[in-house]
Design a protein around this ligand. Structure first.
Ligand code: AMP
Length: 439
């Protein structure tokens, strides 16, 4: 019998995030926790899979995400299926998380909580898209949502300010924030009809996708990136000229509120959403240096979604940041944050030195330093060579001489500067160095 020794590879569109990149990811996500918590948002942890129907209803059964890109599996006729009842025949890996946040909000009766409910989430999403740079089948998002009774423009402005503050702290700097208002159920239907009529007149000059969308979802024509359609789209009626009084006021106030917060933005009348429950504010952030997949965040108001999913009338606004792309943009900028890394490599020699090495390693780790203790004795040269290759900042040399003298030799690897220190002085020196590099 021949053994099958085929090597396994990560599935197309998925990837491993290896060290040292994983440290950058952790730092990026930690920065989001810090900034979002400072705006009094709290984390919600959600399931990775839900009933397919939840996504079909919220994201929209006709969208590409639902019709082509979901990973769906049947739950068969097992005990689970019986428990769920006939309504839940399939589950899907989540393609986005707003639907789950809203489901959790309703299921847990969160509308009874005081004030607006301000939640954020961090985690992987799944869409069977054609993989390319910045587009994956398992990708990561950090998102935030505000749910409650108010749709005051100050809420939208604060959400957007929080987003841009986070990008600034995380070093995603070469960005442009676009905002738009897509009206509400009073004014958008008339605009959509007007757009449809105008599009029918120029249908012959449009490509097949846009031609189809004239009837199914004319707003989506405005998303088109086809160069030959651009001059035609530029001449189409703009929603900003067709907003009702209340929507006009909401949008004007949003811009005023952003200005008050020093959050710079550009208006983009083509920033639309195709689904009915989206209302008024939409926004998007583009980052330089990412090629065609340059959107790092999308967001907007969705005042009808909670009701659509069976909950009480509720207003909502939120965004989702594409972590993969935001991190690519930090890497492309070349301005990586200084992350701590390996502080000390313990170069011990001789069995007499070993207990001292184990002891001091524990104390340094308790002081919050990253320390590498070789498991086996090594020759001095080899030990320092490995410390260098592991990019340790210091080698702590412990030989028989040091044990006898009750001291340590600390060698800074960048410039070979060497000092002899007592245990007390060593701990104090390294702790103060750690405070300085974190400052
Ligand atoms: P959406 O949920 O489609 O509004 O996307 C929000 C953000 O998620 C986008 O601006 C992207 O940054 C990111 N994103 C969406 N799909 C992908 C994907 N397949 N791969 C990587 N990032 C994605």
């Amino acid at each position: 019998m021949t053994e099958n020794k085929r090597q396994f590879r990560a599935i197309k569109g998925t990837r491993d995030i290896l060290p040292p990149d994983s440290a950058l990811w952790n730092w990026f996500e930690q920065t989001a926790h810090n900034v979002f918590e400072s705006y009094n948002f709290r984390e919600i942890r959600l399931p990775i899979f839900e009933e397919t129907e939840l996504f079909a209803r919220s994201v929209g059964a006709e969208t590409d995400i639902i019709s082509k890109e979901m990973y769906t599996f049947s739950i068969g006729h097992d005990a689970d299926a019986k428990e769920e009842g006939a309504s839940a025949q399939t589950y899907s890996l989540r393609p986005e998380a707003t639907a789950s946040v809203v489901r959790a909000y309703i299921e847990n009766g969160m509308q009874t909580l005081p004030g607006n409910v301000k939640l954020y989430y961090v985690g992987p999403m799944f869409r069977r898209e054609r993989p390319q740079k910045g587009r994956y089948r398992q990708f990561y998002q950090i998102g935030a949502e505000v749910l409650g009774q108010s749709d005051a423009p100050a809420i939208d402005a604060e959400v957007i300010q929080m987003l841009m503050t986070f990008f600034k702290h995380a070093g995603v700097t070469r960005t442009t924030l676009y905002v738009n208002s897509i009206g509400d159920k009073n004014c958008r239907p008339q605009y959509v009809e007007l757009l449809r009529e105008e599009l029918r007149k120029v249908a012959g000059q449009l490509g097949p996708d846009s031609q189809r969308r004239i009837e199914t979802n004319p707003l989506r024509v405005l998303d088109s990136k086809l160069p030959e359609e651009q001059p035609i789209i530029e001449k189409l009626p703009r929603i900003s000229d067709h907003l009702c009084q209340a929507c006009q006021e909401h949008f004007a106030k949003l811009k005023e509120e952003l200005n008050l917060r020093g959050t710079a933005c550009q208006e983009n009348w083509r920033l639309v959403r195709g689904l009915d429950y989206y209302t008024r504010t939409t926004f998007e952030v583009i980052a330089e240096g990412l090629g065609s997949q340059n959107a790092v965040c999308g967001g907007g108001r969705y005042d009808g979604l909670v009701e659509l999913l069976g909950g009480p009338p509720t207003k909502g606004i939120g965004f989702a940041i594409g972590t993969d792309r935001a991190i690519l943009s930090i890497q492309e900028s070349g301005k990586l944050p200084q992350l701590p890394g390996l502080a000390v490599f313990v170069a011990w020699m001789g069995q007499a030195a070993y207990p001292t090495a184990v002891n001091i390693t524990r104390k340094l780790r308790e002081a919050g330093l990253a320390v590498e203790l070789p498991a086996e004795e090594m020759k001095f040269k080899k030990s320092l060579g490995l410390a260098d290759k592991l990019r340790a900042r210091y080698a702590l040399i412990i030989g028989e001489d040091e044990v006898k003298a009750g001291s340590f030799t600390l060698k800074r690897l960048a410039d070979s500067d060497q000092k002899k220190l007592s245990e007390f002085d060593l701990l104090e020196y390294l702790e103060s160095e750690r405070r300085d590099t974190r400052a």
